[in-house]
Design a protein around this ligand. Structure first.
Ligand code: FES
Length: 126
């Protein structure tokens, strides 16, 4: 069996929603100290709906595929639903990741959580 699923390869080679959002409503950046990979998520939110999401990932193939899939999963979702997104759901949507690569999907969950937290902090300051 191939190490990576077709979906992982597809999202790694053709990442969806790659880039940044100017004046994003929420930005979250997280890293993994062990491997040194970094993931940054940008959210545009209108009326509690995530209308746009972009990411920048300096990391391995699984981290890039996980961020790409995670953006697809939360785009168009309500903020409260996006907060429930787990790394397991990201990995499942990718048709699985090798066990030693599961931490790469954790980065995607954490980056989205951090961006949503940033959004909530900004809302409180308004
Ligand atoms: Fe670090 Fe994949 S090896 S996120």
């Amino acid at each position: 069996m191939a190490l990576y699923s077709d979906k992982v390869m597809d999202h790694f080679l053709q990442p969806r929603n790659l880039g940044t959002i100017e004046n994003a409503d929420g930005v979250g950046e997280v890293g993994n100290a062990k491997c040194g990979d970094i993931m940054k998520m940008y959210l545009k939110i209108d009326d509690d709906i995530i209308t746009d999401v972009k990411f920048e990932t300096f990391g391995c193939a699984s981290a890039i595929a996980s961020s790409s899939m995670a953006t697809e999963l939360i785009k168009g979702q309500r903020v409260e639903d996006a907060m429930q997104l787990t790394n397991k759901a990201v990995a499942e949507a990718l048709d699985g990741l090798p066990a030693y690569k599961m931490h790469c999907s954790v980065l995607a969950e954490e980056a989205i959580q951090a961006a949503l937290e940033d959004y909530h902090n900004k809302m409180e300051q308004k």
